[in-house]
Design a protein around this ligand. Structure first.
Ligand code: FAD
Length: 403
């Protein structure tokens, strides 16, 4: 891949940058303000860019998508809402849904008229998701669903969910699972919010009691749920690496600004050789991520899908973020611990792309999540060992019982 941007892509970037400069939103205080901003982004063609035109997308190239992602972060404007719907539920529906399902749901995901969440995890079935226990029993032209789900991001304001449930308890655990569209307002769906370490409550747990799902809301065939879930997780782990690089660089640039006035040893922190070494290490690691992002982009541009090696990227960026947030708090000392009320000259002071982000302390606490969601670091290491390096599979009790 030529690492220099082509003249066409440079011109495209300039147009996108100018658009963000001209359309910078005012303060977005309510969720409806965020929804209106999302609609503006959609009307500009910046949401679901890679999706087919037939379903409301732009058929845009991976490079154009990456440019918009980077410029959105650079402009420090809030991003889209309906993150799960746009990140992977829409693409899964496009890949596996019936034409009727695509016509009914896909466009409204893009416009954020309908918000979506993902009901996969259960208490006791996270990493070992195939052991899930929620059941869906066929009753005429419906399935009757019972069970409990947990850690469902944004479920408190979702209209619909993708749901994994066991339709055949006698089949081997990966085989008896089916994939459904669940109306979150259906009778028997009880959604409760959970408090996180950051103080915010993005997660929910759901108790499903005799919830009736029409058969036409099953995606794919009965028992095909695991296969479909793999598609979804593939989209989820791909991530937008270059937008992450831009976000990290903005944060480090802000840290450098802060260090120019932050008192340290009778001078300022930026003159402390240890502080400079730590910042240098962070910048070098971000550069590694940039090359990983370019490698992935090059693959996507050639029409290839990211394979199991995307686990290397996921492991790297999530562990890197955790290291960086720790280093930043070390450098900032007590100021880094403040959620609010600190002197403005040491505040993170970036216009947040998340609703409740904005302080260094919040970013530190949130960085723990990256090494857990979409498959924890330990699980990524197993995937790298087994599927990339072709090492022997890890001994597991359930596999040994089958042998
Ligand atoms: C920010 C965030 C958002 C999320 N959003 C959603 C969502 O929208 N919908 C949803 O369904 N879920 C969601 N999740 C849940 C997430 O998918 C699970 O937390 C994740 O799969 C890990 O499962 P667990 O929490 O049950 O941990 P466990 O599976 O119980 O693991 C506990 C520890 O044991 C380790 N471990 C487990 N098995 C192995 C093994 N075989 N080898 C080595 N180590 C192992 C794990 O790595 C981990 O460190 C979210 C989680 C987070 C943090």
């Amino acid at each position: 891949m030529d690492l220099n941007e082509s003249p066409e892509h440079r011109a495209y970037r300039a147009r996108v940058r100018a658009w963000f400069e001209q359309h910078r939103p005012g303060s977005l205080d309510t969720f409806e303000d965020r929804r209106a901003w999302h609609r503006t982004l959609y009307d500009a063609g910046f949401v679901g860019m890679g999706w087919p035109k037939a379903y409301g997308g732009q058929d845009a190239s991976p490079i154009e998508q990456a440019i918009v992602g980077e410029e959105m972060v650079r402009a420090q404007v809030p991003g889209t809402i309906n993150a799960l719907g746009i990140g992977f539920i829409g693409p899964t529906l496009i890949a596996h849904g019936t034409e009727a399902q695509k016509q009914r749901y896909v466009k409204k995901i893009l416009t954020a008229e309908e918000l979506w969440c993902q009901l996969y995890s259960e208490p006791g079935s996270g990493s070992d998701l195939a052991s899930l226990k929620t059941t869906a029993v066929r009753d005429g032209d419906h399935y009757v669903v019972n069970g409990q789900k947990v850690w469902s991001s944004q479920a408190y304001n979702a209209d619909y969910a993708i749901l994994l449930a066991r339709t055949d308890p006698t089949a081997p655990k990966h085989k008896g699972i089916s994939y459904f569209i669940l109306d979150m307002r259906a009778p028997g769906v009880d959604v409760r919010r959970l408090k996180q370490i950051t103080g915010s409550s993005e997660f929910c747990e759901e108790f499903l009691t005799d919830v009736r799902i029409p058969v036409e809301n099953r995606i794919g065939e009965e028992g095909q749920g695991w296969e479909l879930a793999q598609t979804t997780l593939g989209f989820e782990r791909g991530g937008n690496l270059l937008a992450r690089v831009t976000a990290h660089k903005l944060t480090i640039n802000r840290l450098i600004e802060v260090c120019k006035t932050l008192p340290r040893n009778g001078g300022v922190a930026i003159d402390d050789p240890l502080v400079r070494q730590k910042i240098g290490k962070m910048l070098a690691e971000v550069e590694v991520l940039r090359y990983a992002g370019l490698r992935l982009l090059s693959k996507l541009e050639k029409g290839q899908r990211p394979g199991p090696e995307s686990s290397v990227d996921k492991l790297y960026y999530s562990e890197m973020d955790k290291r960086h947030q720790e280093l930043i708090l070390e450098i900032l000392g007590p100021f880094g611990q403040l959620f609010e009320g600190g002197p403005p000259e040491v505040a993170l002071n970036l216009r947040s792309t998340r609703e409740d982000e904005g302080s260094w302390a919040y970013n530190y606490l949130w960085s723990r999540a990256g090494t857990i969601y979409s498959g924890s670091s330990e699980i990524q290491k197993n995937i790298i060992g087994e599927r990339v390096l072709k090492l022997p599979r890890e001994p597991r009790a359930d596999r040994m019982a089958r042998a």
